[in-house]
Design a protein around this ligand. Structure first.
Ligand SMILES: *[C@@H]1O[C@H](CO)[C@@H](O)[C@H](O)[C@H]1NC(C)=O
Length: 588
């Protein structure tokens, strides 16, 4: 079993290595590449989009127009409160740029250039969005052009009011109505949807965090491709989160947020105490049971093996260690201070080739008579009353908000971020109340972009295929370069397995005929995981790098209210649990 997987991995390695060399040789001519790119560009002509129905749009920016951008987007010059002067400034760098790779001709995006700096930028909406009878749709694109080690790319929909009047002062405490978008640190991948809810009873505002979806969101941070994030919040208090137009998370504003929008109607009575005589023991020792007559509690657990005999050749009168007669008293030895000098002990050479030296003692064996302390068997407790619970009383803080959709009016939108990776590209942001408008906007931007990227990837293969058709001799080369080494490796590996290994294999195969857990499941799973998960190592390195950056942790404390940490633990596979833990604690 093992042999085959090993062989397979080896041969795949050789094949992939060889074929990438092959492709490199093939691609090198730069003007060829440029020609292909030009051809693809003309196949995907890009024109800065205009919304289908401007009356349904609250903001729509494609970031292609530098003048418009400079007029509408305001970089924050705020200072964070409560931290030292040099890291308090919002001095992150924003710019309009074409994407580093695979861009549409003429398309630009908003790029967060700097890392490890507070960066905030915001724009006023064309008109405020009031939560009424129409859905809220927020959509934008993110490309982590340099990947993401630790940091966010989420958007904040700023609450209308005095605190957001001056966008130059936009900072982490500026009140927002909704925060939405990707965020990552180490292995903690998130897609936030947080809304701030006003307690109708006393006006206190509280963050409500959306439940975690089942699916993991990892690729968007690592694949360097544009990804589309869409949030839909409906007047019927349902929501939907889409990634690349596929539903990623959905549910109800009532049921899927922590803490819940509406507090429980009843709570435990804090003044209720467990009565003294409340018996919570489900089982008790049988009071009627008596210790059997022949139960000897004093019998030792182990006894001397009476049947053992001294092994042949044992030298009972030889000491195991003897003084080293060759040793000399050190010249600086002072008997008055150091005491009488004695030569060090060494192993008795007379004992090296015999079964043992010194007094022989028979070994101990388990005592068949051993019973240990007698305990009465357990029976059902006749007085068992179940687990005690305090009685419920009406919750004094109870309220019922029947329409949490009616959130605080939004009048601006912005990014307020801290990132450990630079060059995050944002593009094609739109806030609308019409899904058609959002879809059309994406069709002219994101969809076109991804189509072009697929086409480009395809055309490299196509070129290879065309060339091969025109030069059939290429097949001989493929066979020589790919098939022969792979076949020899397979042959060598598997022929090498001697009969003992084969026996083990059959043994394992037999064991695997049952679905039940067997000890070698772990081994096989480990092998499989190593094959499947080439990213595992860099991930760990990332985490170590992350641990060396304590400053950003402070920054992220504001999200420490959520309980993802626990969930993270649950997802640890058995293998990870056994391995020595490299991970350092992320939050104190
Ligand atoms: C408002 O009520 C909530 C409980 O529902 C409580 O936690 C909060 O402290 C209250 N705020 C004020 C200002 O009384």
């Amino acid at each position: 079993m093992k042999c085959y997987s090993l062989c397979l991995v080896l041969s795949l390695l050789v094949i992939s290595n060889v074929s990438s060399q092959e492709a490199d040789e093939f691609e090198v001519e730069p003007d060829e590449v440029a020609k292909v790119e030009e051809a693809v560009d003309s196949e995907y002509p890009y024109i800065s989009p205009t919304p289908l129905d401007p009356s349904r749009v609250y903001i729509a920016d494609h970031f292609d127009d530098v003048e418009k951008y400079q007029k509408l987007w305001i970089k924050s010059l705020a200072k964070k409160e409560g931290i030292s002067e040099e890291i308090a400034k919002y001095d992150g760098v924003w710019d309009l740029e074409a994407p580093q790779r695979d861009g549409l001709f003429g398309d630009k995006g908003l790029v967060l250039k700097s890392k490890a700096k507070h960066a905030a930028i915001a724009s006023r909406l064309i008109k405020p969005f009031t939560f009424n009878t129409k859905p809220l749709i927020v959509q934008y694109e993110v490309t982590f052009q340099d990947g993401q080690e630790c940091g966010g790319a989420y958007i904040k929909l700023l609450s209308d009011g005095a605190d957001t009047k001056n966008l130059i002062q936009f900072q982490d405490r500026s009140p927002y109505t909704i925060m939405f978008g990707p965020d990552k640190c180490g292995t903690d991948h998130k897609l936030h949807f947080i809304f701030r809810h006003k307690n109708p009873k006393n006006g206190t505002v509280e963050e409500k965090h959306c439940k975690k979806p089942k699916e993991r969101l990892e690729e968007v941070f690592t694949d360097h491709l544009p990804h589309l994030f869409t949030l839909v919040v409906n007047p019927d208090n349902t929501y939907e989160v889409l990634v690349d137009k596929k539903v990623f998370n959905s549910g109800s504003l009532f049921d899927d947020f922590t803490p819940p929008v509406n507090p429980p109607m009843e709570i435990d009575d804090p003044s209720d105490k467990k009565p003294e005589d409340w018996d919570e023991r489900e089982k008790i020792p049988d009071p009627e049971a008596v210790k059997p007559e022949d139960w000897d509690e004093d019998a030792p657990a182990q006894i001397v093996d009476e049947n053992a005999v001294m092994p042949d050749g044992w030298l009972e009168y030889e000491a195991t260690h003897i003084p080293d007669l060759k040793a000399l008293k050190p010249a600086d030895w002072d008997s008055d201070i150091d005491g009488e000098w004695e030569p060090p002990l060494i192993d008795n050479p007379a004992c090296t080739d015999v079964s043992g030296c010194g007094k022989w003692e028979p070994p101990l064996i388990n005592n068949p008579e051993f019973k240990g302390k007698w305990k009465a068997p357990l029976i059902d407790n006749p007085n068992y009353k179940g687990k005690w619970r305090p009685k419920m009383i009406p919750n004094p803080d109870y309220y019922e908000d029947k329409n949490p959709f009616k959130m605080h009016t939004i009048s601006a939108v912005g990014f307020e971020l801290w990132s450990m990776s630079e060059n995050i590209l944002f593009d094609n942001i739109i806030i609308t109340d019409s899904m058609d408008v959002a879809d059309q906007w994406a069709a002219e931007t994101y969809v076109l972009k991804r189509a072009k990227i697929s086409k480009e990837a395809e055309s490299v293969f196509e070129k290879l295929a065309t060339y091969t058709n025109e030069h059939p001799m290429m097949w001989l080369l493929y066979i020589a370069v790919l098939v022969i080494p792979a076949a020899s490796i397979l042959y060598l590996c598997c022929k090498g397995g001697n009969s003992k290994e084969k026996e083990e294999e059959t043994l394992q195969d037999n064991k695997k005929k049952t679905d039940a857990y067997t000890a070698d499941d772990d081994v096989i799973r480990e092998v499989e995981e190593e094959e499947e998960d080439p990213e595992a190592k860099p991930e760990e390195d990332e985490e170590e790098a992350e641990a060396e950056e304590p400053s950003e942790e402070d920054d992220r404390e504001k999200f420490s209210g959520d309980d993802d940490e626990e969930e993270e633990e649950e997802q640890v596979t058995p293998k990870e649990k056994e391995a020595p833990r490299k991970r350092k604690p992320r939050k104190e």
